[in-house]
Design a protein around this ligand. Sequence first.
Ligand code: G3P
Length: 218
Amino acid sequence: MKLFVDTGDIEEVRQAAQWGIVDGVTTNPTLISKSGKGFKETVTAICDILPHGDISAEVVATNYDDMLKEALEISSWRENIVVKVPLIEPGIRLVRTLSEKGIRTNVTLVFSVSQALLAAKAGATYISNFVGRVDDISDDGMNAVAASVEMIHNYGFDSEILVASVRHPLHVVQAVEAGAHVSTMPFKIMQMLFKHPLTDIGLKRFLDDWNAAGLKVM
Ligand code: G3P
């Protein structure tokens, strides 16, 4: 499963990139607005930190012609950019156009299998299925993920299901169980994946014993 960081914070990307396990970054207009920097400046800096990663950057227009102009502009910034497109009617039309031009897309704000089907048929590279925002309204956001993964396999679509709106490590575990292709998460949640109290206790015991015996590596 690919792991993406969901952030517009260049420093977080820099830190996460050092781990060598991050496959990309997802941004959205809210995250970019929190970065305190310009859109192009932020996205290109992230692309340069992770040159082999997939970096999603979202269009903000909502009519086809302007969405297309923005998509062509954004995709010209770096080769590793994936154009993020909301799941609205002109968005699906745009995904089809971009897919025919060989420009990769990430269809966002997807909450249902029927929406995922439209994105897959249009040729989306990634389909961002939001889970946390569904859990927030007392439903189980992971249901649509599991069903969409099954749909992709049953019909042989090329799209990858990307679990987004991840709020805690259990969402990542559930994404694995559902067979999702990608999970994107805030930097602090990726840090939490490292944590296990028995790891900390075990390491302390190993080091205490080692030091008590006065041993050295070299
Ligand atoms: O980037 C899309 C998504 O991950 C947003 O998450 O926490 O705002 O629902 P959230």
